[in-house]
Design a protein around this ligand. Structure first.
Ligand SMILES: C[S@@+](CC[C@H](N)C(=O)[O-])C[C@H]1O[C@@H](n2cnc3c(N)ncnc32)[C@H](O)[C@@H]1O
Length: 278
């Protein structure tokens, strides 16, 4: 049984190269321990002796499931409901009304690294609340596209069912009551009205978005931090091209535009910022 905790410089570098190529993840040079702990279970399950052997198999393209498992193990899927709250308040208090005033008939919002789905479902709840409080509002259909690199998290997101611990993170009791139903003593599932606005599909941010069409808002939060500055700039340039005129980009609260600064105007929305396509 494999219990590899030390890697040669070459095998570690080859693994880093694989991850950079497959997912854009820029793994630090001092991350041997992280790799050892995260791939340990996979090495044991697949009876693979060394990291070098694993890298060889997943780079050959013959073991797509194993390749996905390794990427999943190395990405961080941390997420929760209404994360940082200010982007959702901005949608609720300003942006949805602005879209209506501008006469946008069917707004499109993209959650570009949606993880287990808390982000697109939070957006959909905000839209639902907006529709409910704007009585007399004629139809205001909105489409949300939720994408992620990992098919494992996407499958879970599409189910829309969460355990007690997950629903406790950022979801107010009133929203839990209004927008979920309990399917077992420890499971809450998102109601159909909230679910129906969202379509889920796999999308690697390093690959073309042309087929996805254009959006009025893009949430690309807490994922750019994993990319090299070259990949980050390239992704931000292509996200910019995926926005409609006056469309907005929302990044994670610790992320910034860096070299793509001139493509967007910054709107201060305390305690954070929203970027508007120039
Ligand atoms: C930390 S989660 C962020 C979830 C959510 N956006 C939030 O802010 O709460 C990062 C997500 O990015 C996804 N990811 C990592 N690399 C990616 C890539 N190259 N393309 C698309 N998604 C990627 C991971 O699978 C993970 O679900």
């Amino acid at each position: 049984m494999s219990d590899q905790t030390h890697f040669s410089a070459e095998e570690f570098q080859n693994f880093r190269d694989f991850l950079q190529e497959a997912a854009g993840i820029d793994l630090g040079l001092n991350k041997q321990y992280l790799v050892a702990t995260r791939v340990r279970r996979i090495l044991i399950d697949y009876k693979i002796e060394t990291l070098a052997d694993l890298t060889r198999v997943i780079s050959s393209g013959s073991e797509q499931n194993l390749r996905q498992k390794v990427i999943d193990a190395m990405t961080t899927n941390e997420t929760f409901w209404f994360r940082d709250i200010y982007p959702y308040e901005y949608l609720s208090n300003h942006f949805l009304a602005e879209l209506r005033q501008r006469g946008v008939k069917r707004p499109r919002i993209w959650s570009a690294a949606c993880s287990y789905g808390q982000e697109p479902y939070s957006i959909s709840m905000i839209i639902e609340e907006y529709i409910q409080r704007s009585r007399g509002l004629s139809a205001f259909p909105c489409d949300i596209l939720a994408t992620d690199l990992s098919s494992t998290v996407l499958d879970a997101a599409a189910k829309g069912c969460y355990d007690r611990l997950s629903v406790a993170r950022g979801l107010e009791g009133d929203r839990l009551k209004a927008f979920f139903h309990q399917s077992s003593p420890d499971t809450w599932c998102v109601n159909k009205t909230i679910r129906d606005r969202i379509s889920f599909r796999a999308q690697n941010l390093l690959e073309s978005y042309l087929l996805l069409g254009k959006f009025d808002a893009i949430f690309c939060r807490n994922v750019l931090i994993y990319f090299s500055s070259e990949h980050k700039l390239n992704i931000l340039q292509r996200l910019h091209r995926s926005l409609n005129k006056d469309g907005i980009l929302v990044l994670g609260s610790s992320e910034s535009l860096g070299e793509a600064n001139d493509l967007f105007a910054t709107e201060h929305v305390r305690p954070g910022v929203i970027y508007r396509a120039r």
